[in-house]
Ligand binder design. Sequence first.
Ligand code: FE
Length: 341
Amino acid sequence: MIRSASLILAGAISAGTAVADEVNIYSYRQPELIQPLLDGFTDATGIRTNVAYINKGLIERLKAEGKRSPADIILTTDISRLTGAKEAGVTQTVGSDVLDAAIPDNLRDPEGHWYALTTRARIVYASKERVAEGEITTYEDLADPKWKGRICTRSGTHVYTLGLIGAMLAHNSVEDTETWLKGVKSNLAREPEGNDRAQVKAIWAGVCDISLGNTYYMGAMLKDPEQTEWANSVRLEFPTFADGSGTHVNVSGVALTSSAPNREAAVAFLEYLTSPDAQAIYAAEVSEYPARPDATISAQVDSWGQFNPDTTSLAKIAANRAEALKLSERVDFDGASGSDG
Ligand code: FE
């Protein structure tokens, strides 16, 4: 696998040498995470897979390669990257009834350019010691003054935060969303810094009582001996929106490139990835929820709590991204709070 990846990275594979018995994947995710699926697909079909791990500039690279790109499939996380790829013109409609039947409407592009494979909820990590169960029930609650000096979060311009603000905009007016964001900012225990796990560490260390984070980090922390203590100091709370909509989810997903030299094999791979078995395996591997509703959720992920996901279209939430960024900058979310106390 690693050899194949480096061959692609060296540009040794070009569209001119494309054969129908392989699929080339540009992955923003660590290839190890999908290795069991790559093996399973090859076993079932005889089609080989080549993965190039790309941690930055995936869309730019596809644009630069244009029609000569060897890539068939993009595997990535976050709705902004999937919609960004479509907007950049580097994807195409898959046109598969199998995919359309497997993945719910709100978790795929209306024109079939991208499909979610997994969902992750953006939820509240709460101190087991200092926050009572059910003390926080909505995202709107995060702006309540009772949380003054008790919230930790990562940057207000990070894609995860922008996704949540975009979802807030789908449920509330721009004015109300701005007021909410100001309220959350004034409740922060410290200026936004670090990643989602750093916030849980801060709860463990007593810096704050609640934080915003994606669900799978619970799984990631429990796998790391150093971080297990952080994980064990918190409980997951699944807030909903005050209008009755469920918990905000984001996705990891796939798109078919516009160049796709091995289109047929690529579509077969995408269909394989959305089969119930592959969905269960992949979701368990990454500690997320399968996008396909009838696929099995891993026992560990299931143990974190039941919740109703917000069914607002992810494409609609992604369309609020520019407005979300504007609001984050206007309230200077990442700046010193300069609060009254
Ligand atoms: Fe993440």
